[in-house]
Write a protein that binds this ligand. Structure first.
Ligand code: URA
Length: 422
C-alpha cells in the first residue's frame, strides 16, 4: 500500500477500506507520511466527504491511536460543545447533574480563535488545578461525583496531529473529519452517556442547519454503535450565549445561573443538556429528569456542588476578579435588536485579551464583554447595549456598534434550542 494510491483512490471518490484509512492515519502519526501528503488527503476528504462506514472506521482508528480511560464509576456522563461565544454551559451542567448523582469525569480544552475554552474560564479562579493524575481524578469523581481536567494521558494522539494540520490547511469544517475528531475523543474518555451540543450559526464551526443535522446524526450514530447512549442538541450560535463573554465574567454568570438567576437562553440550554444527561444516565423520561434538574438549579443544590467541586480542585471563588476599567456602549438608535454578531463579539473579546490567536498567547482572565441586551429586546436611544471590561488593549465604539443590527420592526426572540437528535 502507498499513500499516493490512497489519495488517487479518494480523488476518484472510490470507497476506502479500513486498512487504507488505517495506513494513512498510522503513517502520518509515525512520520512516514508527510504533512503535504496528509494535507492532500484531508483536502480530498473535505471536498468529497466520506461514507458513513468510512467515517465510523476513521473514528475507531483514531480512537485506537492512544490511551483510553476506563473508570469503574457508574453512571458516568460526558457533554461536549463544538465551541461558541459565551458558552459556559459545562461550568453549570457538570455540577448540576453531579448534584443529582450523575458522575462527570471530564476533560476540557482551551479556547482558540473567537471561541472560549472551559479550562481558561476555570483558571480565572485562583488556585484551581487543571492537572491531575488519573488516580487523583478517579478518586475525586468517586468522592464528590465530579472532576474536570485539561489533558490527561495520551488520548487520541492521531486527532492532536491531524487537527493541527486541519487548522492550517482549511479542512476544519469537514463533516466526517469533525465527527471522527469529536467522537474519538469522547469515546476515549470512557463515559457511558454522551450529550453533544452542536452549535449552529454565525459564531459556530457549522453555519448551515442541514450540515449540522448531518453532522449531529453521524456523531449520534457513531456513539450509539460504540455502545454509548448518545444524544445531540443543535443550538443557536447566531448571538452569544447568555450575557457574558470573557473568562471571569462567564464564571460569574455561571455562578449566578446556579443560584437561580441565569439569563433565559442560558437557563433553557443548561436545563435541556442536564435533563438529557440525567435521563440517559438514570434511564428515566426526559420530563422526569427535567423536573429534578430544575429543582436543583433553583434550590441551591447545584451551586453547593459547584462550590464543593471548585474547592476540591484548590480554587477560591472569592478571588474572581473583573477588569477595573470599563466602558459602556450606548445605542444611537431606537428599535428592536435584530442581530448581535457572535463571531464579531468573540473576536473583539479576543482583541481585549480574553482569547488567543495562537496557542502561545497569554490570556487576560479579567477582560471581556457584558451584554445588556439580546436579540428581540427593545432599545431606546441612549440605552446601554453592553459594557466593555478592558485592561491594556482597547476596542472602539464603532467596532462594537458594528456587531449590532437594530430595526424598527418587531423582532421575535430566537429559540436557543433548534433541534434534538437521539
Ligand atoms: N472540535 C473538535 O474537537 N474537533 C473538530 O474537528 C471540531 C471541533
Amino acid at each position: 500500500m502507498d499513500i499516493l494510491e490512497i489519495i488517487e483512490k479518494k480523488e476518484k471518490n472510490e470507497k476506502l477500506t479500513k486498512e487504507e484509512l488505517e495506513f494513512a492515519v498510522k503513517g502520518f502519526l509515525d512520520g512516514t507520511i508527510k504533512d503535504y501528503q496528509m494535507s492532500a488527503f484531508l483536502t480530498e476528504i473535505d471536498l468529497l466527504g466520506l461514507s458513513e462506514e468510512e467515517s465510523i472506521d476513521l473514528t475507531n482508528i483514531m480512537l485506537n491511536s492512544g490511551d483510553k480511560i476506563k473508570l469503574d464509576i457508574k453512571p458516568l456522563a460526558d457533554k461536549h460543545s463544538t465551541g461558541g461565544v459565551g458558552d459556559k454551559t459545562t461550568l453549570i451542567v457538570a455540577p448540576l447533574v453531579a448534584s443529582l448523582g450523575v458522575n462527570v469525569a471530564k476533560m476540557s480544552g482551551r479556547g482558540l480563535g473567537h471561541t472560549g475554552g472551559t479550562i481558561d474560564k476555570l483558571e480565572s479562579i485562583k488556585g484551581f488545578k487543571t492537572e491531575m493524575t488519573l488516580k487523583e481524578f478517579e478518586s475525586q469523581v468517586k468522592k464528590i461525583g465530579i472532576a474536570l481536567v485539561g489533558q490527561m494521558g495520551n488520548l487520541v494522539p492521531a486527532d492532536k496531529k491531524i487537527y493541527a494540520l486541519r487548522d492550517v490547511t482549511g479542512t476544519v469544517d469537514s463533516i466526517p473529519l469533525i465527527a471522527s475528531s469529536v467522537m474519538s475523543k469522547k469515546l476515549a474518555s470512557g463515559a457511558d452517556v454522551i450529550v453533544l451540543d452542536l452549535k449552529v450559526g454565525g459564531g459556530a464551526l457549522v453555519e448551515n442547519l442541514e450540515e449540522a443535522k448531518e453532522l449531529g446524526g453521524l456523531m449520534v450514530k457513531i456513539g450509539n454503535m460504540n455502545g454509548k447512549n448518545t444524544a445531540c442538541l443543535l443550538t443557536n450560535m447566531d448571538q452569544p450565549l447568555g450575557y457574558a463573554v470573557g473568562n471571569s465574567l462567564e464564571v460569574l454568570e455561571s455562578i449566578e445561573t446556579l443560584k437561580g438567576n441565569g439569563p433565559e437562553d442560558l437557563n433553557e440550554l443548561v436545563i435541556k443538556l442536564s435533563s438529557l444527561m440525567v435521563s440517559l444516565s438514570k434511564n428515566i423520561t426526559l420530563e422526569e429528569a427535567k423536573a429534578k434538574v430544575k429543582e436543583n438549579l433553583f434550590n441551591g443544590k447545584g451551586y453547593e456542588k459547584f462550590e464543593e467541586w471548585i474547592e476540591a480542585q484548590g480554587g477560591d471563588i472569592a478571588t474572581l476578579k473583573v477588569a477595573s476599567k470599563t466602558k459602556e456602549i450606548i445605542s444611537k438608535k431606537e428599535g428592536y435588536i435584530k442581530k448581535i454578531d457572535a463571531l464579531k463579539i468573540g473576536k473583539l473579546a479576543r482583541v481585549l485579551g480574553a482569547g488567543r490567536l495562537t496557542k502561545e498567547d497569554i490570556i487576560n482572565h479579567e477582560v471581556g464583554i457584558l451584554l445588556n441586551k439580546k436579540v428581540g429586546d427593545k432599545v431606546s436611544e441612549g440605552d446601554r447595549l453592553l459594557t466593555v471590561y478592558y485592561d491594556d488593549k482597547e476596542i472602539t465604539d464603532k467596532e462594537v456598534l458594528e456587531c449590532f443590527e437594530i430595526t424598527e420592526e418587531y423582532v421575535e426572540k430566537p429559540n436557543v434550542i433548534i433541534d434534538i437528535i437521539k
